[in-house]
Design a protein around this ligand. Structure first.
Ligand code: E4P
Length: 214
């Protein structure tokens, strides 16, 4: 299972990179807006920190506009993945980019049929938004499970990228149901390390070692 960090903040990415377990980065227009910088600047800097897939989202809503933005974004770095919204226009752009060998991440997926469309269009990644579904009273993790079944039924190679992850339970459950990738904010990833029994156990080991070596 791959771990992506979901942020535009380069300081968070630099910290997370030290852990040695981050495979890639996802951003979106809201995350980029929080940085107060241009998308091009942020994405280029991220590409210099993490050697893996870095998703950058298009703003155009028509297929031609998405394709010309994608061509521009793709020039920034070989690791850039073009993030496209799950609309008719986005799926058409995805199909064209897939034909050209450009990596894509189809975002804002909220149903199994939408995920099926993305796979048909040859998407590299599909991003189902777990947290937003949970917030709306639906079961986000059930969607990941359904997509896993559909993709396995037909051997689709599109990777399931569980997104809109809000807590460590989401990470655990996404791993259990077979998501290929999770993308999570810095705080959620950091929380994965924590267990009170680890802290307690380590304190006891260190105290015993100290006593034995006086
Ligand atoms: C994924 O690619 C998105 O950037 C992100 O996970 C959305 O998460 P949110 O629902 O917390 O905004």
């Amino acid at each position: 299972m791959k771990f992506f960090i979901d942020t535009g903040m380069v300081e968070e990415i630099k910290e997370a990179a030290k852990w040695g377990i981050i495979d890639g980065v996802t951003t979106n227009p809201s995350l980029i807006a929080k940085t107060g910088r241009s998308q091009a600047d942020v994405i280029k800097e991220i590409c210099s920190i993490i050697d893996g897939p870095i998703s950058a989202e298009v703003i155009a809503t028509d297929t031609e506009g998405m394709l010309s933005e994608a061509m521009e974004i793709a020039k920034w770095h070989d690791n850039v993945v073009i993030k496209l919204p799950l609309t008719e226009e986005g799926i058409a752009a995805c199909a064209k980019l897939s034909e050209q060998g450009v990596k894509t991440n189809v975002t804002l997926c909220f149903s199994p049929n939408q995920a099926l469309l993305a796979a048909k269009a040859g998407a590299t990644y599909i991003s189902p938004f777990i947290g937003r579904l949970d917030d709306a009273g639906h079961d986000g993790m059930a969607l990941i499970e359904e997509i896993r079944t559909i993709y396995d039924n037909f051997g689709f190679t599109t990777e399931i990228l569980a997104a809109s992850i809000r807590n460590s339970t989401h990470v655990r459950d996404a791993a259990i149901v077979g998501s290929d990738v999770i993308t999570a904010p810095y705080g959620v990833l950091k929380a994965l390390y924590k267990h009170p029994l680890t802290d307690k156990g380590l304190a006891a080991f260190l105290a015993d070692h100290e006593k034995a070596n006086k």
